[in-house]
Ligand binder design. Structure first.
Ligand SMILES: C[S@@+](CC[C@H](N)C(=O)[O-])C[C@H]1O[C@@H](n2cnc3c(N)ncnc32)[C@H](O)[C@@H]1O
Length: 223
């Protein structure tokens, strides 16, 4: 099955569901869709956009991934954890370099009674050498998740370095399940487009689709 086919089905479903509420692509529509009784905490410019969160929730609710890893914690952690709660299965492992951001996300998970579904790992950035180039990326020492079914990449922040999110695939691909789905946020940016080009060159077993939404999203899976 091609990503496009698999994904078109998912998008159609979520559109239909969200049209029922007469709202699209807003955090409020997502809260209703996920049956959340509290407002999602959203930090302008930092939280993932509502339409990206819709995509990953829709995928999660349809495919019920067991092991989810996300690069960077926050609103996305709450949304993914809520999907696991609704699915009655699944665990989120959230890599977060900021100590205070990790604590904040843990507090928010407690507040939403979702802490059972998410391990927020404080993973300070460390230096990796990939293709002769240095990158600051999450310390994976405490990540014991193997067979990752869903990988959501929304960090580290782009301002830290050029091609900040590049290490995700080279460093995590060996932990990924054969059918793992990868969602890269902010894929409209030049850096992210170059990252996807490099990934596909180096990992020809993957294919990618670009979804045009607020900040762009690239979806990858093994052929
Ligand atoms: C683009 S944010 C992604 C946050 C998360 N995926 C979400 O949906 O909320 C990436 C990283 O920026 C940092 N960050 C989060 N909120 C921030 C803020 N208000 N100011 C500065 N950095 C922030 C955190 O380290 C976070 O991991």
């Amino acid at each position: 099955m091609r990503i496009h086919d698999l994904f078109r089905g998912s998008l159609a479903d979520i559109r239909q569901t969200l049209f029922g509420y007469g709202l699209m692509h807003t955090y409020q529509s997502l809260e209703k869709f996920l049956g959340l009784e509290k407002e999602l905490p959203v930090a302008e410019n930092w939280s993932a956009a509502a339409d990206f969160l819709e995509l990953i929730s829709n995928y999660c609710l349809q495919h019920k991934p067991q092991t989810i890893v996300e690069c960077s914690s926050g609103t996305s952690s709450l949304v993914l954890s809520r999907c696991c709660q609704l699915n009655g299965q699944g665990q989120v492992y959230s890599l977060e370099n900021g100590h205070d951001f990790a604590s904040q996300t843990r507090r928010q998970l407690d507040d939403f009674e979702l802490a059972d579904y998410c391990h927020v790992l404080h993973t300070p950035l460390q230096e990796y050498l990939l293709d002769g180039r240095k990158f600051q990326w999450y310390d994976l020492t405490n990540l014991y998740a193997s067979g990752i079914d869903l990988l959501v990449i929304d960090g580290p922040p782009g301002f830290l370095q050029k091609y900040s999110r590049f290490p995700a695939l080279p460093l995590l691909s060996s932990f990924m399940a054969e059918q793992c789905m990868v969602f890269l946020d902010d894929a409209a940016r030049e850096d992210e487009q170059e990252i996807v080009r490099c990934w596909l060159q180096q990992h020809p077993e993957f294919e990618a689709e670009y979804i045009e939404n607020e900040r762009g999203c690239s979806v990858l899976m093994r052929r």
